[in-house]
Design a protein around this ligand. Structure first.
Ligand SMILES: [Zn+2]
Length: 130
């Protein structure tokens, strides 16, 4: 798919080194943000304790950072097997990327839809004038 290929150039890659460090920390339930061990029984998601997971979510939602950037930076772990995301449309993208990066693809898709819509509307108005 051309869109995904275009986008991979801008997407920060998670290097093998970062992946190894993140995996090691996640195994010991170390928070990737503050380096503290997350006690058993407390929420530990994507390599972050509850406070920092929420903090990272706010950064992403506020447009201050992207999921891909944070993951490339080793500040966010990969989606676990039990993770909520399994959009089938991202299958191709996922096979080249070790982690699913949802946001940019969705943005690009909606841009494409807007462009298509604009073309259709343009055609229509031209027809009605003729
Ligand atoms: Zn923390």
């Amino acid at each position: 798919m051309a869109l995904a290929a275009e986008f991979s150039g801008d997407t920060p890659q998670v290097t093998a080194d970062v992946r190894k460090v993140v995996a090691g920390k996640m195994e010991s339930r170390i928070c990737l943000a503050c380096g503290k061990k997350c006690p058993a029984g407390e929420q530990y998601r994507r390599g972050l304790d509850n406070a920092h997971y929420n903090h990272v979510l706010r950064l992403i939602k506020g447009g201050k950072a992207t999921e891909a950037e944070l993951m490339a930076d080793g500040k966010l772990g990969p989606v676990g097997k039990s993770g909520p995301r399994s959009e089938s449309s991202l299958g191709e993208y996922d096979s080249r990327q070790p982690f699913s990066v949802v946001q940019p693809t969705l943005e690009e898709d909606s841009k494409q839809i807007r462009d298509d819509l604009a073309k259709v509307l343009e055609k229509k108005s031209r027809k009605s004038q003729a």
